[in-house]
Design a protein around this ligand. Structure first.
Ligand SMILES: [Mn+2]
Length: 422
């Protein structure tokens, strides 16, 4: 069975008898006047269709003895294409989504009438409708899914509406082989982008020049999109967790550590990697102590991961570990709170979203892909270190998907000193 058919089959299995589900790709949000933010299909919709196009919809009907799947797209519009470019043809959309016989968005309402009407039609009596009720989910510029649900309840008062979000969220938490391949590919491209950036790394550059270098690599090679905006933060700036691109204007100094948090996406799947490297090629003094503490924590958490634990368990473990290390290395006193120097979470799920749709409280299981990203931030020393890997939980333990990206002190120093000699 095709990957997408398999996903939809799983959704069908979790739906009640005599129910239907409707999902929308959404529309681009207006930024100002007639300018829109870049468009991305609703990720639940994309997960089940692979269709990246505004104003599209998916309907699943689980009627008596039969399961039907319908894809709705905007009708071909010559004038619109002249203004905003090519749209998918029905044939292309069928090929991408593996849904046969696409329909026009103009017929969506009459189709809903047909499905939800209570006379005996081909679907039997449908009594429930699943809608993704995430607030902020837009169907059109002036219509949210919440408002749509209200319209449905008014029009068909015998229909029970159910939130579709958690069903698909739970499926998305366990990755298929194909999804894992996409994430691995995203990580590989990210790794090459990092090597590219390291070639340029030298004192005197502004931070954004390294972000630019990384991003340009992706643009040049198959126009790989970014998974999120690139962070390059030198010295004290690295103690801000998301030092924004607009503020990456500071000059990188010879004795700085520079923190990168970056990733490309591949077929919609994100890589999310953080690394911290010394500009002059050598970790010195507190830089080395802090880096070692974070690196040991990164490895300890990876070893600790197993199915059944929650992300909160990993976080508690990381906190204790970092506290003990910092006390041991005399970076803080016993009575200080580690939260002063480590103020974020150690893990999140990774997938179609960089902070992937997930129920954080759910115990980890095989097939989950999560990040492991401990950090320590000492503003008083002008040092921030984060080391973030992406791991797959497989055969009861964590397999590091980003193992090829330099993180050992000796490997980093060897590479950067070699570079210095050229
Ligand atoms: Mn992350």
């Amino acid at each position: 069975m095709h990957e997408l058919e398999n996903r939809r089959e799983k959704v069908f299995n979790l739906m009640k008898e005599n129910s239907a589900m409707i999902l929308f790709s959404g529309v681009a949000k207006i930024c100002s006047e007639d300018e829109c933010y870049p468009f991305q299909s609703n990720r639940h919709f994309f997960y089940l269709t692979n269709i990246e196009q505004e104003h599209s919809a998916l309907i699943l009907v689980k009627g008596v003895g039969e399961r039907k799947t319908y894809l709705f797209l905007d009708e071909y519009d010559e004038v619109k294409e002249k203004w905003t470019g090519k749209r998918l043809t029905p044939e292309e959309a069928e090929e991408i989504s593996q849904i046969h016989g696409t329909m026009s968005m103009n017929s969506l309402e009459s189709m809903m009438d047909l499905i939800l009407a209570q006379y005996n039609n081909q679907y039997g009596k449908i009594s429930s409708l699943y809608i993704d009720l995430t607030p902020e989910n837009k169907i059109g510029p002036a219509l949210s899914t919440l408002e749509y649900e209200k319209q449905i309840r008014e029009k068909y008062n015998y229909i029970e509406t159910i939130n579709a979000y958690p069903i698909i969220r739970d499926l998305r938490m366990v990755k298929s082989e194909e999804e894992i391949k996409n994430i691995v590919e995203a990580i590989e491209i990210t790794n090459t982008g990092i090597s590219q950036l390291l070639i340029s790394l030298k004192p005197g550059l502004r931070e954004h020049e390294l972000s630019d270098e990384f991003e340009f690599y992706g643009k040049k090679h198959d126009r790989h999109p970014l998974a999120f905006s690139t962070i390059t933060a030198a010295g004290k700036n690295a103690t801000c967790l998301h030092h924004p691109i607009e503020q990456q204007n500071d000059i990188i100094r010879e004795n700085d550590l520079v923190l990168f948090d970056l990733g490309f996406a591949h077929n919609g799947y994100s890589a999310d990697i953080s690394r911290t490297y010394p500009v002059n090629g050598k970790f010195e003094g507190n830089q080395k102590l802090i880096y070692e503490a974070v690196l040991e924590c990164n490895k300890a958490v990876i070893d600790f991961i197993k199915p059944g634990l929650t992300i909160a368990d990993l976080q508690a473990y990381a906190r204790d570990f970092l506290k003990n290390k910092c006390v041991e290395y005399k970076l803080m006193s016993e009575d200080e709170d580690i939260v002063k120097y480590y103020y974020h979470n150690v893990s999140h799920h990774l997938g179609l979203d960089t902070h992937d749709s997930a129920l954080r409280e759910k115990p980890l299981e095989n097939g989950n892909v999560i990040t492991v990203e401990p950090g320590l931030y000492f503003a008083k020393f002008g040092i921030g270190v984060r080391i973030e890997d992406d791991v797959l939980i497989h055969n009861g333990k964590a397999e590091v998907l980003s193992k090829n990206i330099l993180k050992e002190i000796r490997d980093i120093e060897k590479l950067l000193s070699f570079k210095g000699k050229r």
